[in-house]
Unconditional design. Structure first.
Ligand code: ZN
Length: 254
């Protein structure tokens, strides 16, 4: 089964459409939160995600802020303004959809491998998972062999292998290594922790939209990038009266 992995779409309609045009032949979709916030098209992006067949969707911190579940007090002023703009833009139906999105972690059945999705980390939906220490914490907090997360807008994967140590201690040593290319999702001796990157606001210096494609039969997970119409997304952000920095950063992927 091929599984489409989307995270941090951030109301970027042009990036979302480009990713879906590029991602052919998937049978299930997993959406790791932050459908809205920053971008100019929250309603259109919500409608696209709602229309995905066989999708499991969880909330992100920007969804919570736009839905009024958090007051965005810990957001920087530009992000807070974007959350307020999003809340004011959404009609009651779409606002309710965002408000009622489940909180991660959510276990995913029926893939043939054990998997779980979360926005930030399995132990805290709002945690930014950057390094190998955080990755080790995330592996410890979940039982599944494949952990999918977003939130940092960085496309990255970690693998945990379990090595038996020498007699007499007879204990397993867990080793976490970062990976950055196509990878084995899970094969019995290794567990994987993967961030497919951000569809709508990449922050790794590559402005192309990011997403992932999991193939459960071959046990591989591709981290993909797609060119999209950045200038149209920027034009819409400026026209909406959102902070111009939210448009400018899309050009540089920061
Ligand atoms: Zn985000």
């Amino acid at each position: 089964m091929r599984v489409l992995l989307l995270s941090d779409l951030h109301a970027n309609l042009q990036a979302t459409e480009a990713v879906l045009a590029d991602a052919a032949g998937w049978e299930r979709a997993l959406v790791l939160g932050d459908l809205v916030g920053y971008g100019a098209d929250p309603a259109a992006v919500i409608d696209i995600v709602r229309g995905l067949a066989h999708a499991t969707v969880i909330r992100g911190n920007h969804d919570k802020a736009a839905a009024g579940l958090t007051n965005a007090a810990d957001f920087n002023p530009i992000a807070r303004h974007a959350a307020e703009w999003t809340a004011a833009t959404l009609d009651a139906d779409r606002a309710a959809y965002i408000r009622d999105l489940p909180q991660g972690p959510v276990s995913i059945d029926g893939l043939g491998i054990s998997a779980v999705i979360c926005h930030g980390a399995p132990f805290d939906e709002d945690h930014y998972l950057f390094d190998a220490d955080d990755a080790a914490r995330a592996f410890d907090a979940a039982d599944e062999d494949l952990i999918l997360y977003g939130h940092t807008h960085l496309q990255i994967a970690f693998r945990q292998t379990i090595e038996a140590t020498a007699w007499p201690s007879n204990q397993a040593r867990r080793i976490v290594t970062p990976l950055d290319a196509d990878m084995v999702a899970a094969n019995g001796t290794a567990r994987s922790l993967v961030n497919p990157g951000s569809v709508g606001q990449p922050r790794d210096g590559d402005p192309r939209a990011a997403y992932g494609m999991l193939d459960t039969e071959s046990g591989t997970l591709q981290l993909r990038r797609v060119v999209y119409d950045i200038s149209e997304a920027q034009r819409r952000i400026r026209a909406a009266g959102l902070h111009p920095q939210l448009a400018e950063r899309l050009s540089v992927g920061r």
